[in-house]
Design a protein around this ligand. Structure first.
Ligand code: HAM
Length: 433
């Protein structure tokens, strides 16, 4: 019997959870400043939504979905991505009658039956944004701008933006033909998946990871030479807005993305640090999606970024981010003062401080050891004398200095010390009494 966590899933322990919470907070804050509101949609949807939305030719739908039949004989699927569900909610909740554009962000777990490796899991989290109702290249440029702001606020450099345009269904048809002409003499030697892609969606052949297929992709015709006037001007405008915002990008004419709903702009943020799973974030425009899933003709553009890959990237670039805060104080106590210590900790925590106290009836030595391990800023030893005099010695662990203070003043002093620490990390904190 195997009772371990299923393959491809992970337990998220406190240290990582703290880092995630920190970056989720920054993301939520950035999104709100750009005028996005949060949306949460169901973890599972009718399978048909993803088949129509993500596309039955995509790897996700063909191989990676967690699909099951429920007791009511419905075929349901754990969401492999967020855009289809959010677009479904846009239709179902009548958001087309809201003032346009409708700008939504999300933080949701996704499920894909993929081969597990570093940065690739079967349950993973995405932070994403979707904009409905604008066909303007301004919207494309703004979601990219939002990402650049987010990465900047995390202190993350060295992620490269790659962009491309894959046109609209009209100009893509010509391009598909050009690709088929180019690949036809070689297809028999290509991988099995590419045989299938040749029939269903030759665009995806450009994205194949097999060495031989990749070598062919290098010389394949470029979509940019086949764009219709509207798509070409749209893409020129996206680029000029990015230039205006001084956002650097690399044109990658083989960038096609793995989901079938994209039109016009597609983009990815890639890193050289995260190894083969270097794509931290992917997105683009999906002007036909809402209609495809039963809504009116509403354009859309958005992105999703993989939280696990972002965390790996922050680690690889040594970005000090989301470290758990050290306790402001550790209160050491004896059996006779344990109740007082618990009560004092309760009061201080309720005032907003981070305070630890012993809950294991340990020896004083063991309590000091624990305070050291937690890197508490101060320790207060509460013996009978301290309690009866209502005064105690606050010891600063970094240099062992001690100050005799009234217990009623401890809260104010610790709040002041915290303020000074965050104002000037290096500045000496001294209590004047
Ligand atoms: P996607 O490229 O399939 O796009 O996924 C976006 C990001 O999710 C990837 O760049 C990667 O960081 C992360 N990701 C994907 N699969 C895994 C996995 N198995 N394990 C860990 N991380 C993963 C989408 O999902 C689109 N819905 C993005 C979008 C939104 N386009 C427009 N709006």
């Amino acid at each position: 019997m195997n009772l371990n966590a299923p393959r491809g899933t992970r337990d998220i322990l406190p240290e990582e959870a703290e880092r995630r919470r920190a970056l989720e907070r920054v993301f939520a804050d950035v999104c709100e400043r750009y005028g996005f509101g949060e949306i949460r949609v169901p973890t599972f949807e009718h399978t048909e939504l993803f088949v129509r939305g993500v596309g039955d030719a995509s790897d996700i739908v063909r191989k990676e979905m967690y699909t099951f039949t429920d007791k009511g004989d419905r075929s349901l699927t754990l969401r492999p991505e967020g855009t289809a569900g959010v677009a479904r909610a846009y239709v179902e909740q009548g958001m087309s009658s809201w003032p346009a554009p409708v700008k939504l962000w999300y933080n949701m777990n996704m499920f894909r039956y993929e081969k597990m490796q570093k940065g690739r899991y079967r349950e993973f989290w995405q932070l994403g944004c979707e904009v409905f109702g604008s066909e303007s290249p301004q919207a494309d440029a703004q979601v990219i701008g939002l990402l650049v702001t987010f990465f900047g606020e995390l202190g993350l450099d060295e992620v490269d933006l790659e962009i491309n345009s894959i046109g609209c269904p009209a100009c893509r048809a010509d391009y598909h033909e050009a690709l088929r002409r180019y690949y036809a003499p070689h297809v028999k030697d290509m991988c099995e998946d590419c045989h299938d892609r040749f029939e269903r969606n030759p665009l995806r052949m450009l994205d194949c990871k097999e060495t031989y297929c990749q070598s062919l992709a290098l010389k394949a015709p470029s979509q940019l030479d086949y764009l219709c006037d509207e798509c070409r001007v749209h893409f020129e405008n996206v680029k000029s807005y990015l230039d205006e915002m001084e956002i650097a990008y690399r044109l990658n004419t083989r960038l096609v993305r793995g989901l079938d709903y994209y039109t016009k702009t597609v983009f990815e943020f890639v890193s050289s640090h995260v190894g083969t799973q270097g794509t931290i974030c992917g997105g683009g425009r999906y002007d036909g999606l809402v209609r495809e899933i039963g809504g009116i003709d509403v354009p859309g553009v958005g992105f999703a970024l993989g939280v696990e890959r972002l965390l790996l990237e922050l680690e690889a670039q040594n970005v000090p981010f989301g470290k758990a805060q050290s306790p402001d104080l550790f209160i050491a106590s004896f059996p006779s003062t344990a109740a007082y210590a618990l009560d004092l900790a309760q009061t201080l925590i309720r005032s907003g401080l981070k305070v630890e106290t012993d809950v294991m009836s340990r020896s004083l030595k063991a309590q000091f050891k624990a305070a050291d391990r937690m890197e508490a800023y101060y320790v207060l030893v509460l013996g009978d004398t301290e309690v009866s005099n209502s005064r105690g010695k606050l010891r600063r662990l970094s240099d062992g200095s001690e100050q005799d203070v009234p217990l009623t003043a401890v809260g104010t002093l610790l709040h002041d010390a915290r303020k000074k620490r965050s104002g000037a990390e290096t500045e000496e904190v001294r209590f004047e009494l």
